[in-house]
Write a protein that binds this ligand. Structure first.
Ligand code: AMP
Length: 396
C-alpha cells in the first residue's frame, strides 16, 4: 500500500510518499510560493527543481501527482496506486482526540478550529479540499492532529488558573502541540525498553526550532509544556516560552506598544535569538558559545535548566519516571546539551555515558551502566506516524 502524507501551509505544501510494506519514503518534496508564483522541489527517481505556476493548492497537488507519476522523476505509474492520503493538522481543538477519516463534518470542525490556529488550519483545509478535487472522492483522506495526543491530559493539567469563564467562553486551555512526535518517540522508547507502553512513565523532549516536553504516562499524554498556543513552555529558536505575563503590560506601557505587538516580539524576537542576539539556530549558538560568547552560553544554560525543570516536574507529577527521550533537531544532534540536561539528575536514577552520547543513529541509548532511569535519543518521524495512522484507519 502506498500512502501520501501532506503537510499543507497557507502558501506551501510538503509531501512524502510511503511504501507501507517497508515504511520507506519513495519520494518527497515541497511546493512553495503557492498563490504567488510557485516552485517545486521534488526528490523521487531523480531530483527536480523549477518554478512552476501554482495559482492554488489544487494546482500544487496536480504538480505533485504529475511528478510522482512521471517516467523520469516519479516512483509510481498511476495516481490510482496511491491508496490514501494522510494530512498533518496543527489544531483539532477539543473536537479531535484521534486521527479521523475526512468527511464534510470533519472539514467543518477543522475550519472551526481555525480561530485557534489562524496561521495553520486554513491552509490544511485548502490542502484537503485540493486533494479531494484532484484525486477524487474515492481516495480516503485522513487527518492527524498535533493536538489530539494531548486530549488525554487530566483537567488539572489543562485548565489555566484564570477565571473559568474564559475556558467556557473561548476554550482557552492548554492544548499542547507536537503530539504526533511525542506519541511516536514514546512508542519507540517502549519498544527499545522491551516493555509495554502501559507500564511506563516517560518524559519526551522534542527540542527543535519549536520545542516542547511531554509527560507520557501509560502511553498517554499526562501533561505538556506548550499551552494555548505553541508560545508556552521552553525557550525556543525565537519564542520566549513561559514568561511572567505581567511583562506584557509593563512593556506595553513603557514603550507604548500593543499587546499584539508584544506577543509578536515574544514569538519572533525572543528565545535563543533574543537572549544571544546572534541567531535562532542552535548550531550558531553552540559555535558562538564555544568561541567564548557569553550570551550564547547564557542561552544554552537557560535552555538546559528549563528542560531540567520540566523533567523534575513531570517526574514528580507522574510519581517517578522510567526514561527521558531526546528528539528533533537539537535533541537528536547535540550531545553537549543532552549531557548538560542529564548531569546532576543522578539522584533521580538518571546518568549519561559520554561515549554512547556521542554516537549518531536513529535510536540509541545514552544511559550510564548504572542508570535505573534510561536516557534515549530517538529520531522523530511524524510523517511515518501520520502514514501509519492513515493505514490503520483505512484498513479498519
Ligand atoms: P527542527 O525544528 O527539529 O528541524 O530542529 C531545528 C533545530 O535543530 C535548529 O535549532 C538547529 O540548529 C538544530 N540542529 C539541527 N542539526 C543540528 C546539529 N547537527 N547539531 C545541533 N543542532 C542541530
Amino acid at each position: 500500500m502506498y500512502i501520501l502524507v501532506i503537510n499543507a501551509g497557507s502558501s506551501s505544501l510538503k509531501y512524502q510518499l510511503f511504501d507501507m510494506t517497508t515504511h520507506d519514503v519513495m519520494a518527497k518534496g515541497l511546493c512553495e510560493r503557492i498563490g504567488i508564483g510557485g516552485r517545486l522541489k521534488h526528490n523521487g527517481k531523480a531530483k527536480f527543481e523549477a518554478d512552476i505556476d501554482m495559482p492554488d493548492h489544487a494546482a500544487a497537488i496536480k504538480c505533485v501527482i504529475e511528478k510522482l507519476t512521471s517516467p523520469d522523476y516519479g516512483v509510481i505509474s498511476d495516481m490510482k496506486e496511491i491508496s490514501a492520503v494522510g494530512h498533518r493538522i496543527v489544531h483539532g481543538g477539543e473536537y479531535f482526540t484521534e486521527a479521523k477519516i475526512v468527511d464534510d463534518e470533519v472539514i467543518d470542525l477543522i475550519s472551526e478550529c481555525s480561530a485557534l490556529a489562524p496561521l495553520h488550519n486554513p491552509g490544511s483545509v485548502t490542502g484537503i479540499k485540493a486533494c479531494i478535487s484532484v484525486m477524487g472522492p474515492s481516495v480516503p483522506q485522513v487527518v492527524v492532529f498535533d493536538t489530539s495526543f494531548h486530549q488525554t491530559m487530566p483537567m488539572r493539567s489543562y485548565i489555566f488558573p484564570i477565571p473559568y469563564k474564559y475556558y467556557e467562553q473561548y476554550k482557552i486551555r492548554r492544548y499542547g502541540f507536537h503530539g504526533t512526535s511525542h506519541r511516536y518517540v514514546a512508542a519507540k522508547a517502549a519498544e527499545m525498553l522491551g516493555k509495554c507502553a502501559k507500564e511506563l512513565n516517560i518524559v519526551t523532549c522534542h527540542l527543535g526550532n519549536g520545542s516542547s516536553i511531554c509527560a507520557v504516562k501509560g502511553g498517554k499524554s499526562y501533561d505538556t509544556s506548550m499551552g494555548f498556543t505553541p508560545l508556552d513552555g521552553l525557550p525556543m529558536g525565537t519564542r520566549s516560552g513561559s514568561v511572567d505575563p505581567a511583562i506584557v503590560g509593563f512593556i506595553g506601557t513603557a514603550e507604548n506598544i500593543s499587546a499584539a505587538d508584544i506577543v509578536t516580539m515574544l514569538n519572533k524576537e525572543s528565545g535563543l535569538l533574543g537572549i544571544s542576539g546572534i541567531s535562532s539556530d542552535f548550531r550558531d549558538i553552540y559555535t558562538a558559545a564555544n568561541e567564548g560568547n557569553k550570551r550564547a552560553q547564557l542561552a544554552i544554560d537557560i535552555l538546559a535548566q528549563s528542560i531540567k525543570k520540566y523533567i523534575g516536574a513531570y517526574a514528580a507529577e507522574m510519581g517517578g519516571i522510567d526514561a527521558v527521550v531526546f528528539t528533533a533537531g537539537i535533541g537528536e544532534n547535540n550531545a553537549m546539551l543532552r549531557e548538560k540536561v542529564i548531569s546532576g539528575l543522578e539522584y533521580m536514577g538518571l546518568g549519561i555515558d559520554s561515549k554512547k552520547n556521542n554516537q549518531h543513529s536513529d535510536a540509541f541509548d545514552i544511559s550510564s551502566a548504572d542508570a535505573e532511569v534510561k536516557s534515549l535519543v530517538i529520531a522523530t518521524n511524524e510523517e511515518l506516524m501520520i502514514a501509519l495512522d492513515t493505514e490503520r484507519l483505512v484498513n479498519s
